[in-house]
Write a protein that binds this ligand. Structure first.
Ligand SMILES: Cc1ncc(COP(=O)(O)O)c(C=O)c1O
Length: 433
């Protein structure tokens, strides 16, 4: 049952052997069979401290017995699929209370669906066609947003995909996150046709890049000035830094918000919601169509409810302080050749000589070196999200001791395992002197 054998079998079934491209890395991905707390176990029984956490889904930790027991309780006597339930109302009420801008909402089965419906709604509400997204901002894999997308698309060097009609791609404008000028320019040219700006408030799919001071407020102001909607895609940031959304930390209120990941507690989920006057345009109250057999299905709702109930009284500062510790410790070594970007409890280690704060600087990162680091780390029992442009996550199940040990191993990897690279780098700079 080795990973290479499994990959051979998988390759006969799935394109590239995987069911989502970000899961693939050379020569073949490691296969996992079990998880507990902050740890995952591969098919050979090797244990890893996980900083990928299902690409940010498993914030509360794996195999949490409190959550599991509540899920079983909530599932007792529920009817699978297709009918309204009280549990979906409870989950909705928790989210509405925690995120005041979400006056009304719809559950979906993925973040992709959530952004797709939010964009259709924004277009219908404003009667405009154009959407403005950020270069390398990722909002899922549907046609409206797979234009200059980040994460897997970036890692594979295909910023957009064949198969998306040119006519669709033409309705998507691409600006630069943290670059007010690029956004202002697009509004000057197309302002009266822009239905909405959609952005992650903290980029997570170009690696972690936080908003520069005032940038999100600027987006709020310019969208208001031109009568466009502002959509915050909080699929990653929702319920991650606090019991609610990032928008309430920075005090910028979007018209619509999308969520996913944590709110389903590990089951497939998405949500779009926001101003009641906009959401009321959704069918059957309004005429904007949206539906889903599995929307708010009992399994997702039970898992989401149990997870949010578990997180309610938890100390988010705990996860933030652990991530801060990773950042500070790595930064205390001046010669590691990396930039550590951290926003609250998520971070990316960029193999980059410069500060990474936008698309241009992020692209200067050395993806090959990152993968080398990823593989060495894996050997040392640490599992990162497999790509330079991904985020790493500290969750409630990570302990200070294991994070401390992991940082020690990261430094060792950067100082010694990667030394070959450092020598090369020093050699280049000696030669170029
Ligand atoms: C910010 C953001 N939006 C949307 C999505 C798409 O979510 P899903 O993979 O659930 O379709 C992702 C996925 O990682 C994401 O990071």
């Amino acid at each position: 049952m080795l990973s290479d054998d499994l990959f051979k079998r998988a390759s006969r079934l799935f394109p590239g052997g995987v069911n989502s491209p970000v899961r693939f890395y050379e020569p073949y991905p490691t296969y996992f069979s079990r998880a507990s707390g902050s740890r995952i176990f591969d098919v050979e029984g090797k244990e890893y401290l996980d900083f990928c956490m299902g690409f940010g889904v498993n914030f509360a930790g794996y195999s949490n017995t409190t959550i599991a027991e509540e899920i079983m309780y909530l599932l007792d006597n529920t009817i699978p699929e297709g009918v309204p339930t009280e549990n979906e109302i409870e989950l909705g009420e928790i989210i509405q209370k925690a995120v005041p801008s979400i006056e009304k909402m719809r559950f979906t089965n993925s973040g992709t669906e959530a952004t797709m419906h939010a964009i259709r709604l924004a277009r219908a509400f404003t009667g405009r066609k154009l959407i403005l997204k950020m270069n390398a901002g990722f909002h899922g894999a549907h046609d409206y947003v797979l234009v200059s997308a980040g994460s897997g698309a970036l890692n594979f060097g295909t910023p957009s995909s064949p198969g998306i009609p040119e006519e669709v791609a033409k309705t998507v404008l691409v600006g630069d996150f943290n670059n007010e000028e690029s956004i202002r320019e697009l509004f000057k040219l197309h302002g009266k046709d822009i239905a909405a700006v959609i952005t992650e408030p903290v980029l997570g799919n170009l690696g972690v890049i936080g908003p520069e001071k005032g940038f999100l407020k600027f987006l709020r102001e310019i969208t208001e000035e031109y009568g466009a909607l502002l959509i915050f895609d909080e699929v990653i940031t929702g319920f991650r830094f606090r019991y609610g959304a990032y928008q309430d930390i920075i005090g910028v209120k979007p018209d619509l918000t999308t969520m996913g990941k944590i709110i389903g507690g590990g089951m497939p989920v998405g949500l779009f919601g926001g101003r009641a006057d906009i959401m009321n345009r959704i069918s059957p109250e309004g005429n904007v169509y949206q539906s889903g057999t599995f929307s708010a299905n009992p399994f997702t709702v039970a898992s989401g409810l149990a997870t949010l109930n578990f997180l309610k009284d938890k100390d988010y500062e705990y996860t933030i302080s652990l991530a801060t510790w990773v950042e500070e410790k790595l930064k205390s070594f001046s010669d590691l050749g990396v930039q550590v970007n951290r926003v609250y409890n998520m971070f990316t280690i960029f193999f980059n000589e410069e500060r990474v704060w936008n698309y241009e600087t992020a692209l200067k990162s050395d993806r090959k070196k990152f993968m080398k680091f990823f593989n060495f780390s894996k050997k040392h029992g640490i599992y990162f999200s497999p790509g330079q442009f991904e985020a790493s996550f500290v969750g409630m199940a990570h302990t200070p001791e294991e994070v401390e040990m992991a940082v020690f191993k990261m430094v060792y990897t950067l100082e010694f395992d990667m030394n070959e690279d450092r020598n090369e780098r020093e050699q280049v700079s000696i030669n170029s002197n």
